[in-house]
Design a binder for this molecule. Sequence first.
Ligand code: T5A
Length: 215
Amino acid sequence: MAQGLFVTLEGVEGSGKTTQAAALAEKLHAQGRRVTVTHEPGGTRAGEAIRSIFLDPAISLDVAAELMLVLADRAQHVREKLRPAVAAGEIVISDRYSDSTTAYQGYGRGFDLRLLGDLNRLASDTMMPDLTIVLDLPIETGLERTRARVKGAIRGPDRFEGEVAEFHRRVREGFLAIARSEPDRVVVIKSDRELEAVGAEVYGAVEALMKRRCL
Ligand code: T5A
């Protein structure tokens, strides 16, 4: 059976990853392709349990415990869901993956990047995305979008949405630094634009990869 594809969407809060993952999946489905959309933290039963602790600002978490939780989530996600789906020939779209750990726990929290590289390789069983799309926008625009959503919901900001602006700036810089260091894997798309314009570029990046792989 043909090997599938592993695509990840990354970026700061409110950059549009969830919206674009759904739109991309819809386009690919319409072509008759088999697609799995998933997310981190979460995506498995264990992962959803981890997610509820990871994001809840009412649960006190040391930053080392925070890091271990998200790595445990990834270890389960890769082995239970991601690798089997790609091996079965599916196009797997993950809303966040290991670059989020580098950006949030590395650039944001200050963990050593080399150590994080080793931990990411252990957690992910060395499974890397074929393509990563970083949706980039000013942090104020993204946070404004998430605030508008929080206003209309019963929940308050989660652990990360409640972080100071300087933290989010470091995270954004982290994603851009990853993109600069791995230009063959990572594409940056500006996401402070109309949904459709962003969606067309996201699809274009995936289509180009599918052509290169003759899929
Ligand atoms: N985390 C995660 C770590 O610290 N380390 C890790 O290793 C991992 C994997 C996850 C949190 O965990 C942290 C990072 C995160 O803080 P989450 O709830 O999954 O938490 O949060 P996010 O992934 O940030 O998801 P968000 O929903 O906040 O942002 P999205 O998915 O980027 O944005 P989306 O698509 O939900 O859109 C947000 C709002 O903006 C609107 C949408 O309609 C929505 O209301 N929108 C637009 N509006 C105008 N123009 C556009 N182009 C728009 N695109 C979307």
